[in-house]
Design a protein around this ligand. Structure first.
Ligand SMILES: [Zn+2]
Length: 104
């Protein structure tokens, strides 16, 4: 079973678009993705409780850039200066269960 990996990541004006190896194309709103950050600063590791308050994140936050982390995750650099969040492929793919196959 080959893991589902991003074939292509594009940062657009209104969304981050990921084309997956299974053919799904998923659009992630910049702010939605920023709010989903699960790093130690945004999520309490002990309790799993989200520490990040949506009010702390600018309405117009956007991804400036991204890096691939090993073979399992993406790391985004956000316009609010936050860059410690790691987004495992599996989590990203799960955020987009309704992702349409290519062509939609
Ligand atoms: Zn974070």
């Amino acid at each position: 079973m080959t893991p589902t990996i991003p074939r292509k990541v594009t940062i657009e004006d209104d969304a981050v678009v990921i084309e997956w190896s299974d053919g799904a194309i998923c659009r992630y709103g910049h702010r939605d993705l920023r709010l989903a950050c699960a790093c130690a600063a945004c999520m309490d590791e002990m309790s799993g409780r989200r520490v990040l308050k949506p009010a702390q994140v600018p309405e117009d936050v956007f991804a400036v850039d991204y890096l691939k982390v090993g073979k399992y995750a993406l790391q985004f650099l956000w316009s609010d200066g936050h860059a410690t969040g790691i987004y495992p492929f599996r989590m990203l793919r799960e955020m987009c269960k309704g992702g349409s196959a290519a062509g939609g």
